[in-house]
Write a protein that binds this ligand. Structure first.
Ligand code: PLP
Length: 407
């Protein structure tokens, strides 16, 4: 492996140099006024990233999985029913987490090449005349399949069915990269981790809860201690933390939020779209198929590419790693061996993305895939030349703020 190559796994993502420097700091006392003064800034920035004014933000030591656990443990009781679509390994893991907490999960098995099935969600909720279903779970961006689900559509389905269920969203691989509007989409709990769109090392679970979810936490019966939102909320409101905070990661978060705010969230979303679209252009030029069957649901943070029948995606990924020192994602779950994934979220330039496409082309050629070296790269070059041209001013801005931080 070469440490100077970017990674193309969909998290943990590449660390901007200025974020690494922000994390490299001396110990500060978390009971000092300096710590109390520092936290509110993080909540303000995170609210903008989550697209919310009204929700309350909680930052736990942990990862995305801890964020789910916190959401479930704080809002539900043993024996409660929840509704979830299963269309990839991440949606499946959330279902298992709920089951291990003694919740009853109504599972809608969906095609792994598509999004959560909004029509089925509405149907199941309509049939639930006794309002037994307490929460609807959605994985915004299935990182296994590269398929995005329609959260606004799911909100409409919940409303159309007259359901009072809470709406929980796993936004681990979409928040801070793809359009996310917690308030507008009526989301009651949104979860992310630090190591994806926020461009940090793993180590933080970030959860946003609506007023309705906070209200539910008052009567929720599941046990919680480490992930208790009420305790966490009270302590952070008072400028403290209920246990030892991972100070260096929080300092990194402060800086990565600064990078995102300087760029502007709309610009962040459009940059991810352009980056992803360039990768899709390469896939088309290779004559390979996306896992995502309907382009309107294609993820802007990870692209899952099916390999032709006679090939094995795992071998391709391990060859790219051993021969060229570059990491790509393997196919997960049902897609093991049948696909590979290119992660393109967080800090990534056009030049870096092109290096990944050039390497995977070489790896495919080495293994006898029916592709022409340079075909994908050429298609992406054409797209990046034009797509990024109109926004050259804002990309200078990012560079400027990173330089300032280094100085
Ligand atoms: C990465 C990821 C997770 C898992 O998060 P961890 O931080 O590894 O616990 C959950 N959901 C989605 C959609 C992800 O992409």
């Amino acid at each position: 492996m070469s440490l100077s190559n970017p990674v193309f796994i969909p998290g943990p993502t590449n660390l901007p140099e200025s974020v690494r420097r922000a994390i490299d700091m001396p110990t500060i006392d978390h009971r000092s006024p300096a710590f109390a003064a520092f936290m509110p800034r993080l909540f303000d920035g995170l609210k903008r990233v989550f697209g919310t004014r009204d929700a309350k933000i909680f930052i736990f030591p942990g990862t995305g999985t801890g964020g789910w656990e916190s959401t479930v443990a704080n809002t539900l009781s043993r024996g409660d029913r929840v509704l979830a679509c299963r269309h990839g390994v991440f949606s499946d893991k959330w279902i298992r987490l709920c089951q291990s907490f003694g919740l009853i999960v109504d599972i809608i098995d969906c095609d792994w090449r598509g999004p959560a099935d909004v029509a089925r969600i509405e149907e199941v909720l309509r049939a639930d005349t006794g309002q037994q279903i307490k929460a609807v779970l959605a994985t915004h961006n299935e990182t296994a399949t590269g398929v995005r689900s329609d959260l606004a559509g799911i909100r409409d389905a919940i409303d159309a069915a007259g359901s009072n269920a809470l709406f929980f969203v796993d936004g681990v691989s979409s928040i801070a990269s793809m359009d996310f509007q917690m308030d507008q989409w009526g989301i009651d709990a949104a979860v992310t981790g630090s190591q994806k769109g926020l461009m940090l090392p793993a180590g933080l679970a970030i959860v946003a809860l609506s007023e309705k979810a906070l209200e539910a936490s008052k009567t929720a019966g599941l046990p919680r201690y480490f992930f208790d939102c009420n305790q966490m909320g009270q302590m952070t409101d008072a400028g403290g933390f209920p246990y030892t905070p991972p100070m260096q990661l929080l300092a990194g978060l402060d800086h990565s939020l600064d990078l995102l705010m300087t760029e502007g969230m709309d610009q962040v979303f459009s940059r991810h779209f352009k980056m992803a679209e360039g990768v899709r252009q390469a896939v088309a030029a290779w004559n390979l198929e996306l896992c995502c069957q309907d382009l309107q649901f294609a993820s802007d943070t990870v692209t899952t590419i099916l390999v032709p029948d006679e090939f094995n995606g795992d071998e391709l990924v391990s060859h790219a790693y051993s021969r060229y020192g570059m990491s790509f994602g393997v196919g997960l779950g049902k897609l093991a061996g049948k696909a590979f994934r290119i992660g393109h979220l967080g800090a990534l330039s056009e030049a870096q993305a092109l290096s990944g496409l050039a390497v995977i082309e070489m790896a495919m050629k080495d293994l006898g895939y029916p592709i022409v070296c340079g075909a994908g790269v050429a298609a992406t070059q054409e797209w990046y030349r034009t797509a990024f041209n109109t926004h050259s001013e804002s990309s200078t801005e990012i560079t400027k703020s990173s330089v300032e931080n280094v100085a």
